[in-house]
Design a binder for this molecule. Structure first.
Ligand code: 5GP
Length: 172
C-alpha cells in the first residue's frame, strides 16, 4: 500500500487561506471558540488559526477513531470532553474529515447540550458519497471521492500523520 499525493502543499495553503478569509469576515465582531477534533485536525487547526485576524479561543475534544480499521464502526466515544464552558458562545467545530457524518452528528449533540449560542462547522475534507447522516458544512475545504486519505494530521493506524500533504492510500 503506497500513499499517493492527492492534494499538494500549495493547494492546501490556498484552501486554508480561503477558509480563514471567510471566517474572518463572518466573525469580525465576535469572539468564537474553535473546537478542534483530535487527533486528525491538529495540523489544519494550527495552520488555520495563524490566518485568523480575530479574537478567538481554542479548545479540543478527542473522539474515538477507526483504530486499525478503515471503516467507521458507527460507534463514537468521547475520549476527552471540553475543559471550558461554551454556554452562550459562538462555536466553530474544526474537523479533519466528514465521512459518514456519524462522528460530527455525535459531536453536535454533545455540544448542543451545553447551550452555545451558535455552532458552525469548518471541515478540511468531505466525502459526500459516504454520508449516512446529513451534515450542514459551513466552511468546506475539499470534496473528495471515496478514498482513504492520510497526511496533514490524518493517520492510518497512527502512521502518516506527519506528512505535509494529503495522500490517498490505494490497494496495490
Ligand atoms: P465519520 O464519522 O464521518 O464516518 O468519520 C469521521 C472520522 O473518521 C474523521 O474525523 C476521521 O478521523 C476518520 N476518517 C474518515 N475518513 C477518513 C480517511 O479517509 N482517512 C483518515 N485518516 N481518517 C478518516
Amino acid at each position: 500500500m503506497q500513499p499517493k499525493v492527492l492534494i499538494e502543499r500549495q493547494e492546501l495553503e490556498n484552501t486554508v487561506r480561503r477558509l480563514a478569509a471567510q471566517i474572518n469576515k463572518d466573525y469580525r465582531e465576535k469572539k468564537p471558540v474553535l473546537i478542534a477534533v483530535l487527533k486528525g485536525a491538529f495540523i489544519f487547526l494550527a495552520d488555520l488559526v495563524r490566518h485568523l485576524d480575530l479574537k478567538l479561543e481554542v479548545e479540543f475534544v478527542c473522539l474515538s477513531s477507526y483504530g486499525q480499521s478503515r471503516e467507521s464502526k458507527g460507534e463514537v466515544k468521547l475520549v476527552q470532553g471540553l475543559c471550558s464552558n461554551i454556554r452562550n458562545r459562538d462555536v466553530i467545530i474544526i474537523e479533519d474529515i466528514i465521512d459518514t457524518g456519524i462522528t460530527t452528528d455525535f459531536l453536535l449533540n454533545y455540544l448542543n447540550q451545553q447551550e452555545p449560542s451558535s455552532i458552525r462547522i469548518c471541515v478540511l475534507i468531505s466525502k459526500p458519497s459516504r454520508r449516512k447522516v446529513p451534515i450542514i458544512i459551513n466552511y468546506l475545504g475539499f470534496e473528495v471521492a471515496d478514498r482513504f486519505i492520510v497526511g496533514y494530521g490524518l493517520d492510518w493506524d497512527e502512521n502518516f500523520r506527519h506528512l505535509p500533504e494529503l495522500y490517498s492510500i490505494e490497494d496495490e
